[in-house]
Ligand binder design. Structure first.
Ligand code: NAD
Length: 261
């Protein structure tokens, strides 16, 4: 039997990147998968291309959108939801704290952290009724280390760990598990943008910034979206049945996120 046979799952920000890979991995493992994304083009593409995954346009930082999203999903699942992956996130601004705008800080917290609160608020009554469920929140190595020049992102991702550990304690008695995954730098377009932004802020070459990341990772590598998806699968499957309240790093072992000139 497939690892997620018969399960229903919702992956936020699943129109691209890590979320897209998680959605595919879950679908291949037998789950019925919904994804949402704020990017209409990505959802249109997904609905055309991936017949077995249902895409819905929703901004998970909006209370209204999240309400409509859960109404749509639960309507189609007859009110069940086994897995919620709070994956949607943005990089936020890059720069010394005193140069950052309030609105950029608020947006970074809203989309990376408050979105998880909004989605959990809808998923929990369903999961409590079922007396089972698995919630996975995407944090980052920026949620386990200080990350200079990225204070809003690091604050949001540390917040995700606080949310995960506290909520795991609140809902463990209902058979609901809550875990965070902390990816290291993942190969792909998003990390390329993050590196270019930091290089611009510091006035150094992008290759220097890339080298700085790699040199502070014990395995001297970036990770792949597939590595994160496999961890999500493990923790949501029967094999992860007694794992809760954890911040699970998939990062080649990040030693530090220090700035190196
Ligand atoms: P990505 O930018 O490739 O994909 C994120 C997706 O989320 C996009 O499709 C985007 O349209 C969607 N999205 C953005 N804002 C949204 C909103 N308000 N509502 C709904 N959807 C929204 O990013 P990724 O690399 O796949 O990252 C996924 C998660 O993993 C994020 O939470 C990120 O912080 C975390 N993470 C990524 C890395 C990395 O190196 N890529 C490392 C650590 C943690």
């Amino acid at each position: 039997m497939k690892k997620l046979q018969g399960k229903t799952a919702l992956v936020t920000g699943g129109g691209s990147g890590i979320g897209y890979t998680i959605a595919h991995t879950f679908e291949a493992a037998g789950a019925t998968v919904w994804v949402c994304d704020a990017d209409t083009g990505r959802i249109d593409q997904l609905n055309e291309r991936d017949r077995n995954i249902r895409g819905i346009v929703a901004d998970v930082g909006s209370e209204n959108d999240v309400q409509n999203l859960f109404e749509s999903v639960l309507n189609e699942t007859d009110g069940t939801l086994d897995i919620l992956v709070n994956n949607a996130g943005i990089s936020g601004p890059n720069g010394p704290l005193e140069t950052l705008q309030l609105q950029a800080w608020l947006d970074t917290l809203r989309i990376n952290l408050i979105s998880a609160f909004l989605c959990c608020r809808h998923a929990l009554p369903v999961m409590k009724g079922q007396r089972s469920g698995s919630i996975v929140n995407l944090s980052s190595t920026a949620g386990t280390h200080g990350y200079p020049l990225r204070t809003p992102y690091a604050s949001a991702k540390w917040g995700i760990i606080g949310l995960t550990k506290s909520l795991a304690m609140e809902v463990g008695g209902y058979g609901i598990r809550v875990n965070a995954i902390c990816p290291g730098p993942v190969s792909g377009a998003r990390m390329d943008r993050v590196i270019d932004d930091e290089a611009e802020t510091r006035g150094i070459d992008s290759s220097k910034v890339r080298e700085q990341f790699t040199s502070q990772i014990s395995l001297k590598c970036f990770v792949e979206a597939e590595d994160i998806a496999q961890m999500a699968l493990f923790v949501c499957s029967e094999q992860g049945a007694r794992i809760s309240g954890q911040a699970l790093s998939v990062d080649g072992h990040t030693e530090s996120l220090s700035l190196i000139d």
